[in-house]
Write a protein that binds this ligand. Structure first.
Ligand SMILES: [Zn+2]
Ligand SMILES: [Zn+2]
Length: 553
């Protein structure tokens, strides 16, 4: 009997982030992408969210390789965390591999991981059951590929993030021919990028941004500051071209921007005319109309260079009335508030800020409806599985596939951790594997327990209260006034009466313990905590974290 192909998403569904897809046939497992997600606003102190990879660690000896579609964080960001637990090679295109190497180096893993570079068009075997092929696509980062996985029961195409750009800056047009060829040979299943399924029509060409950028440079006598995603090498190329054309020098600030720029130049993805780059420490000696600063911070991140410039915390660059700030990015959903905060601050410093969608200073890197349909038309898949999107997007992408003639029974909307089983004839969901989120803060690669996070949320909402009770070790009597220390709850000086009342509550509960001959410290602490908490909720409607401490003397 023929074996089944299993496809599981451990991330990348019902969200834009932490993409990680598992393909399994017989004894072989191939992983496509290894991304991280960003923490929600209430995940205090959490820097990174990664997929739960229990299923992979349990089957580590069966993993033949991790293939990466492109170098965005939501596709490669979890590699250091995942590679410290798994032992398999990573396959990626040159730029993607270089970005991954940078990450592995930061985590001291560069020597331990086998990183194999492959180009679009290359085919390579992964185990007995998979042959992998990279196919060139357009996206907002160079060197992006789709992955075709040939299995004994047919070919699966996993698009990765893609758009169709007929006039790309570099790297060539989306590989229509190869997709069409595979389509005519027969494609068993297509897993396709759903990000922009709510947008009709076609996405704009990256070249369009260059034209708008050119208009903003022409005749401008101000200093120009542009922020964009560090990884958007093509965008940076166009900014540099504009700068060179209008005889401006380019300074780069922000760690990730500096890193990516250096790497992209070394790898030949970025060509910078001689003498255009200038150290950011030197721009003070140049007239404003001769300067462009390219910086990180398009998402309003509060450690980013743009944020620091806006709030006068940047060492070399102060923003003022003589500046034109171009925000060449759109806010990733969830970041709108932080972005507008920075924009407001820039306005209040007197800068001219160009951020409006209507000026075309940003285009999306993801396929809109007509491009998604084109992908379906070229590959003519038997089965369709929408991925990389929130739930409603997956459903709408499913509808597009129906419109394009895929049979209703052959469209499956996947869920995280669900196992999708395919034979040459049938597709169905069958069971689940462990899945979920692992939260990582800066220092801890092991993941933060949920209880820790809950404490952080609690502290952030209502603050904390320490009650110090000095008790006699002889008879358990309280021998000094209870001391109350608060942080983030109320300001002690303005709330003398409340603090006094709290002391009274503490006294009374200790006394009642004495009356009932309760001598167990833990029990006393528990009573103090619950009575104080009840009292505080009654009078303040808040529930600070209460930590009773008994000092025995
Ligand atoms: Zn991407
Ligand atoms: Zn993505």
């Amino acid at each position: 009997m023929a074996q089944k192909l299993k496809i599981m998403a451990l991330g990348g569904l019902d969200e834009i982030g932490k993409n990680l897809y598992v393909y399994e046939y017989g004894r072989d497992i191939v992983v496509v992408d290894c991304g991280m997600g960003f923490p929600d606003e209430d995940m205090y102190g959490i820097d990174v969210v990664i997929p739960d990879i229990t299923y992979l660690t349990q089957n580590r000896d069966r993993i033949r390789g991790i293939v990466l579609t492109h170098g965005h964080e939501d596709h490669i960001g979890a590699t250091p965390y995942v590679m410290s637990r798994l032992d398999c090679p990573i396959y990626a295109t040159r730029l993607t591999a270089a970005l991954v190497r940078l990450k592995l180096e930061e985590h001291g893993l560069a020597d331990k991981v086998e990183l194999v570079t492959r180009s679009a068009g290359d085919r390579f075997r992964l185990g007995d059951n998979f042959e992998c092929e990279f196919i060139h696509v357009n996206h907002s980062i160079a060197d992006s590929v789709a992955v075709a996985l040939k299995t004994p029961i047919g070919t699966v195409i996993h698009t990765g993030d893609f758009k169709i750009d007929l006039t790309p800056i570099e790297g060539g047009v989306f590989d229509f021919h190869r997709f069409a060829q595979l389509g005519s040979e027969g494609v068993l299943a297509l897993l396709s990028d759903s990000t922009n399924v709510e947008r009709p029509g076609y996405s704009d060409s990256e070249r369009h941004v260059g034209e708008s950028m050119e208009r903003l440079f022409r005749g401008c006598d101000k200093r120009i500051i542009v922020t964009t995603f560090a990884s958007n090498v093509h965008r940076i190329q166009q900014i540099i071209n504009c700068a060179a054309h209008y005889r401006r020098k380019v300074a780069v600030t922000g760690r990730s921007m500096e890193n990516v720029l250096k790497l992209a130049m070394e790898e030949g993805y970025l060509s910078v005319p001689k003498d255009v780059l200038v150290d950011v420490n030197r721009i003070g000696s140049l007239p404003p109309e001769r300067v462009v600063i390219i910086t990180t911070g398009s998402q309003g991140e509060n450690m980013s260079a743009l944020y620091r410039m806006a709030f006068s915390e940047h060492r070399q660059v102060k923003i003022g009335a003589g500046d034109r700030v171009i925000i060449s990015a759109s806010a990733i959903p969830g970041n709108e508030r932080t972005v507008t905060k920075v924009i407001d601050e820039l306005f209040s410093k007197g800068a001219e800020v160009i951020y409006d969608r209507s000026i075309d200073i940003h285009v999306s890197g993801h396929a809109c409806q007509e491009e998604q349909k084109t992908m379906l038309a070229l590959t003519k898949p038997k089965f369709f599985i929408p991925v990389h999107g929130e739930h409603r997007m997956l459903c709408r992408h499913g509808d597009l596939a129906l419109e394009m003639g895929v049979a209703p029974a052959n469209v499956v909307i996947p869920g995280i951790g669900e196992v999708i089983e395919l034979t040459a004839k049938h597709i169905r969901k069958n069971g689940t594997v462990p899945s979920g989120r692992v939260l990582v803060d800066g220092t801890n690669d092991e993941g933060v327990e949920n209880v820790v996070l809950r404490d952080r949320q609690h502290l952030a909402q209502d603050g904390m209260l320490v009650v110090v009770m000095t008790m006699s070790s002889q008879d358990g009597a309280m021998i000094a006034e209870p001391e109350i220390i608060t942080r983030g709850f109320v300001y002690v000086k303005d709330n003398a009466q409340l603090i006094e009342e709290m002391r009274r509550v503490v006294y009374e509960s200790v006394e009642s313990c004495e009356r009932q001959r309760i001598t167990d410290w833990a029990e006393i602490k528990g009573r103090v905590k619950s009575q104080l908490s009840g009292y505080l909720y009654k009078v303040t409607r808040r529930s600070p974290m209460i930590l009773p401490v008994i000092v025995e003397v």
